[in-house]
Design a protein around this ligand. Structure first.
Ligand code: SF4
Length: 459
């Protein structure tokens, strides 16, 4: 590509009828495909749908690979036809979208020895059901635990979506009566100003529920900012284009917020340029014209976006369609996600590569949400990082004063010598203690019990 072409590559979006390459949808018109109800009704939720929809375009080995993966995966499958037909089914093994939503057993890796079910301590920092309160002025409200798609890498795989063969979950849909306890808590905690409405996905809230939550929160004097979190724009932009009631509800809440001098925004979740099409652009044109600000939170993932060119392209595409690239997260240390994780060094290098390619306000902050509830830390703000052992040590002075936090690179990405050390339990202790003592010399001598108490890791 010439330099000039490369500079404007982020302005080109797929406009073709790509879904017609999928055997079952070859006769589906643009109007039908554009209908969010058609998308929801035809979502892929079982392995047999993959076979029925793709017919001879999918190999038996591929189906077997998925079947085996679903026997151990913590997330169920749910994909919209839009997302499913953006996958390159001639090479599914290497496709970044397939990788994120449809697991292959052949690509799975053993969990890191120090993985955590609730890596971000959301359950621990929960003063009332459906609410996490960690930062003084901000809370996370989970009004439901369902989504229009299920991401194989979901950080809340312990609670999101239905139970799987290996994980029992108390999945809950929207129950407005139970939300009143949350509103009451926020009223009696005047230091809270900021509410993230996540889950679960706001796309699965009905229009009346979007309004009820929005109006209830905006009615609380101390609440100044609310954010609806949804992956919807990335995987079902048709809803923004054809669900007028839902968009109106959101728009009414945003207007009410403006009238009260409060901010109402959407946080969405694109992680690959391949998710961004002409449909995304149209959806964003509508939200933009309604005056609704959208920010993006991407997750850094191996073979999805851990490449400077891909990350830069996505950043510039998002900016072009008026989505502010806000965060790129290091992958959390949750179960069944080792294949997605990158080293901290990769994250630091990518941040360097992306910075300077577009305006500063449209440059994402690369962060590590440190295990144990330290919150999001700037990716280069670790106290200590040993690239050889992959161990980094962090502080979060304003969140949990005096505490240290540990993050670990995925073992399969370390040098052979370090991988071998990780295989020996005694060596793990030596490596962790060494890293800790570089930050606080006394910590190097902690016994196993104390290490478990302080860092939640089982050595
Ligand atoms: S949309 Fe968000 S909450 Fe839902 S499965 Fe994906 S990452 Fe998890």
């Amino acid at each position: 590509m010439s330099d000039e072409k490369e500079l404007v590559a982020h302005r080109e979006f797929r406009e073709d009828e790509f879904w017609r390459e999928i055997p079952a949808w070859k006769d589906i018109s643009r109007e039908e495909f554009a209908d969010h109800k058609w998308q929801a009704k035809n979502s892929i939720i079982k392995l047999k749908h993959v076979k029925e929809i793709l017919g001879s375009r999918v190999r038996e080995e591929t189906l077997l690979d998925i079947e085996k993966a679903l026997e151990i995966a913590p997330m169920n499958v749910r994909m919209t036809p839009y997302l499913f037909s953006l996958i390159n089914w001639d090479d599914p093994a290497n496709d970044p979208l397939r990788r994120q939503f449809l697991p292959f057993a052949s690509q799975m890796l053993p969990n890191h020895p120090f993985y955590m079910e609730d890596s971000l301590h959301e359950d621990v920092d929960s003063p009332v059901g459906m609410l996490t309160h960690r930062y003084p002025d901000k809370v996370l409200f989970l009004p439901l635990t369902t989504c229009p798609v299920y991401c194989a890498y979901c950080t809340r795989s312990r609670i999101i979506g239905g139970s799987t063969a290996t994980v029992e979950k108390d999945t809950y849909g929207a129950k407005p009566k139970l939300w009143d306890d949350v509103f009451q808590y926020l009223r009696s905690n005047p230091q809270v100003e900021d509410v993230v409405i996540s889950g679960g996905d706001a796309f699965n809230l009905q229009a009346s529920q979007i309004k009820y939550i929005g109006e209830s929160l905006l009615d609380i004097p101390n609440i100044r900012r609310i954010r609806y979190a949804t992956k919807g724009i990335a995987i079902l932009p048709m809803k923004i284009l054809t669900d007028d009631d839902w968009v109106k509800a959101l728009s009414d809440v945003a207007k009410l917020g403006r009238d009260k001098g409060k901010s109402v925004v959407i946080h969405t979740h694109f992680s690959s340029p391949r998710e961004i099409t002409g449909w995304s652009k149209l959806a964003m044109e509508r939200l933009f014209s309604e005056g609704i600000l959208v920010r993006n939170q991407a997750v850094l993932q191996s073979d999805v976006n851990n490449d400077a060119e891909i990350m830069t392209l996505m950043t510039r595409q998002l900016g072009y369609i008026n989505i502010q690239p806000y965060y790129v997260y290091m992958h959390d240390m949750v179960p069944n996600c080792e294949r997605f994780r990158t080293t901290l060094e990769e994250g630091v290098e990518l941040e360097k590569a992306v910075r300077g390619t577009t305006a500063g306000f449209n440059t994402p902050r690369f962060v590590c949400d440190v295990p144990g509830g330290g919150g999001k830390r700037n990716i280069a703000s670790y106290e200590y990082y040993d690239k050889e052992t992959g161990i980094s040590v962090w502080r979060a002075p304003e969140v949990k004063p005096g505490q240290l936090f540990l993050y670990f690179d995925p073992i399969h990405k370390l040098a052979a010598y370090a991988q071998k050390r990780w295989g020996i339990e005694k060596e793990r202790k030596v490596m962790v203690r060494d890293a800790l003592s570089r930050v606080e010399p006394d910590l190097g001598s902690l016994n196993t019990e104390k290490l478990r108490e302080r860092f939640g890791i089982n050595i």
